[in-house]
Design a protein around this ligand. Structure first.
Ligand code: FAD
Length: 395
């Protein structure tokens, strides 16, 4: 049985980022990925802020397909709210290239990558964790990092908590459209994506290609395919999609509602495995990287003390909660309010927001990584919103 300092399970962006940084610090790292290729299949819309690149030593230019300055939000009755437009608010990335570059960087720094190795079993033995993979490989280590996505095996095996909710996403890469490439378009409503929203993200500067998609709760009566088919022929989207050609479908699961405990003896869970995902948008790349950045000093301390017990590892939870816990909790509060809104209420609120003084506030304070920062200034301007979000700002 081969022995490593740290075993990382999951070759997504968060697992790759952790492996890369731990290898840089000269730890002996093994990275296991069940798929035969990194970044495939793609299950992401690829909309992030440039902040994600602050964590990574990969070139932005290799990954960025387009820059986004604002959003056009369509209410169920197709009233339009246009926000932003002034500066870059987000970038569109090619997820396959993004993931591959992160893993390349981990390998360059010395991580040993095992593709096509599904980790099938994990157990604790003699203060270490032992794993077995579908490739027949056996390994052990002092620490295991579960970066194995929404249905994490590491979380199932060692952590007694689950994300509160799983939502299902479906989308497609399309061509033959004519969009303003500076703006993403967002559609809401019972017939479009109940409990969430649908998106059209221009993926090139010419606005001729896009990534579209939507999410619905796991327990929704109809499957995402039903809503995607409707979305493509809805009266509000007809103009966009009339000549569109679907090139490839994208789908996946998003875990929401951060779990209470993200560590155990010898174990961390990170990224989607820990539901470190913004509940307002389903975006998990920035929060996953931010939370994961708190692991490294805790790993150093554990090796210094030769103590891999949860007493030492729980520092990770304290640190990431300080960085992003409030945002995740407020995001879930917003989500529980949002899920209950009727189409009529959505029409009403979107109309209320369509006031230059309100859009000015949104443009000034809006930040897709920290949406809750918008609430206080918005409440000042539209006090009746307080009725809708009475406990929103509670710590
Ligand atoms: C439809 C959709 C749209 C999205 N859009 C956005 C967006 O626009 N912006 C954004 O920031 N986020 C978006 N997300 C979320 C984003 O994709 C995730 O938050 C992000 O991929 C999380 O990274 P991760 O490394 O934690 O997990 P993942 O990317 O899920 O990686 C986990 C890896 O672990 C591997 N694995 C799982 N189990 C095992 C095992 N037992 N053994 C070995 N390997 C294993 C998997 O194959 C996978 O490669 C979207 C998600 C969906 C579904």
């Amino acid at each position: 049985m081969k022995e490593y300092d740290i075993i990382v399970i999951g070759g997504g962006p968060i697992g790759g980022y952790i492996a890369s940084n731990l290898s840089k610090k000269d730890y002996k790292v093994a990275l296991f990925e069940k798929n035969k290729e990194i970044g495939t299949p793609v299950n992401c819309a690829g909309l992030v802020t440039s902040r994600v690149f602050d964590f990574l030593d990969i070139s932005k230019n290799d990954c960025i397909q387009n820059k986004i300055k604002g959003a056009i939000i369509h209410s169920p009755s197709n009233n339009i709210l246009k926000i932003g437009g002034d500066k870059e608010h987000a970038v569109v990335i090619n997820r396959k290239i993004f993931d591959q570059k992160i893993i390349d960087s981990a390998e360059d720094k010395g991580s040993e990558l095992f593709l096509k190795h599904n980790v099938l079993s994990l157990f604790r033995n003699d203060k270490k964790v032992e794993i077995k993979t579908s490739g027949g490989f056996e390994a052990k280590s002092n620490l295991v990092v579960g970066a194995d996505g929404p249905y994490s095996k590491v979380r199932d095996r060692f952590i007694e908590f689950e994300p509160k909710e799983f939502i299902r996403g479906l989308g497609a890469e399309i061509s033959n459209v004519s969009l303003d490439s500076d703006f993403v378009e967002i559609f809401v409503g019972e017939n479009i994506a109940p409990g969430f929203f649908a998106w059209v993200i221009p993926t090139n500067k010419a606005g001729t290609t896009a990534r579209i998609g939507l999410c619905v709760p796991n327990n929704s009566k109809k499957a995402p395919k039903y809503y995607l088919t409707n979305f493509l022929k809805d009266k509000n989207t007809k103009k966009i999609f009339k000549d569109a050609k679907i090139k490839e479908y994208i789908g996946g699961i998003i875990p929401l509602g951060v779990i209470k405990k993200t560590y155990a003896d010898n174990v961390f869970v990170v990224g989607d495995a820990a539901a470190q995902v913004k509940p307002t948008s389903g975006g998990g790349i920035y929060p996953g990287l931010l939370c994961a950045s708190n692991i490294f000093s805790v790993v150093d301390k554990a090796f210094e003390k030769n103590d891999f017990s949860e007493k030492t590892l729980k520092e990770y939870q304290k640190k990431w909660t300080k960085d992003f816990g409030t945002e995740l909790i407020r995001g879930m509060r917003f989500r529980s309010i949002y899920k209950k809104l009727s189409d009529n209420q959505m029409n009403k609120y979107i109309e209320k927001f369509n006031d230059p003084k309100v859009t000015e506030i949104i443009n000034k304070y809006g930040d897709i990584d920290y949406p809750s920062k918008l609430v206080k200034p918005l409440l000042k301007r539209i006090p009746f919103l307080l009725k809708l979000v009475p406990n929103f700002l509670k710590k």
